[in-house]
Design a protein around this ligand. Structure first.
Ligand code: HEM
Length: 217
């Protein structure tokens, strides 16, 4: 792979490796997060995706970023239904942002409604991740917590039948981005920041929900 998609992947490789090996998400993969921690992650995601998907609406007609803002990716409804499963009818009381989530959401609000480069950076880090490792995480948590399809809709893209093919098209879209070099540099730097903002959310959750082998299935 050459081109901008490859550059982006390379530039975020070490951040990705940390997410894969050391983060709260890695602990989800080893089944050492208590069920309450998984529910808390889902609640934090809702806050992030509400912001990201409001930005997607704002970007829908943007000539550069518009193609990325695909409603088939939308996760907010799935997250709301997952939270109703995980917490019950009073789930909204649990959807309060932690400090790191508040900073992440603020960053999205400040830049992603108006700057295509910032929007695409954050879009890439979350959705391409959800369509990649997220698929493994979804299967693992369903097994760990004995949830099956309940509470794990976030990890399933009902409108995307072939995630691999979708990612190929997505990367072609990244390669074809009509942005000047300075904006491409901004996009790369913002992708690295997006990983850092995610890592901060994971870090906080890891502290709030220490290892608990009870969750291992
Ligand atoms: C245990 C955790 C994780 C695992 C096992 C994992 C696994 C993977 C795998 C196997 C790929 C390659 C997919 C492909 O080339 O088609 C991938 C790509 C990706 N992942 Fe993860 N991942 C994890 C966590 C994360 C997290 C937490 C994020 C973001 C917050 C993330 C963001 C991404 C992105 C943006 C890509 C696309 C890279 C590219 O090709 O440009 N991943 N992941």
């Amino acid at each position: 792979m050459t081109g901008f998609a490859a550059r982006l992947r390379k530039a975020t490789m070490s951040e990705h490796r940390d997410a894969e090996t050391r983060s709260f998400i890695a602990r989800l993969m080893s089944g050492t997060v208590p069920a309450a921690g998984f529910a808390a992650l889902t609640a934090q995601y809702l806050i992030v995706y509400r912001e990201l998907e409001t930005a997607a609406l704002a970007m829908r007609d943007d000539p550069v970023a518009g193609d990325f803002a695909d409603p088939a990716l939308s996760r907010v409804a799935a997250l709301e239904s997952d939270l109703a499963c995980l917490y019950g009818p009073d789930w909204a009381e649990h959807a309060e942002p932690t400090e790191a989530t508040r900073r992440y959401a603020e960053r999205l609000r400040e830049f992603c409604y108006t700057s295509p480069a910032h929007f695409v950076a954050h879009h890439y880090v979350r959705y391409l991740g959800d369509l990649s490792g997220g698929q493994l995480v979804g299967r693992k948590v369903a097994a760990t917590y004995g949830l099956g399809a309940r509470g794990t809709a976030f990890y399933r893209f009902e409108q995307i039948s072939d995630p691999k093919a979708y990612k190929t098209v997505y990367r072609a879209r990244l390669d074809a981005l009509d942005l000047p070099d300075s904006e491409r540099d901004t996009l790369v730097a913002e992708s690295q920041l997006a990983f850092t903002l995610n890592a901060a959310v994971f870090q906080e959750l890891g502290t709030a929900y220490p290892e608990d082998l009870v969750a291992a299935a």
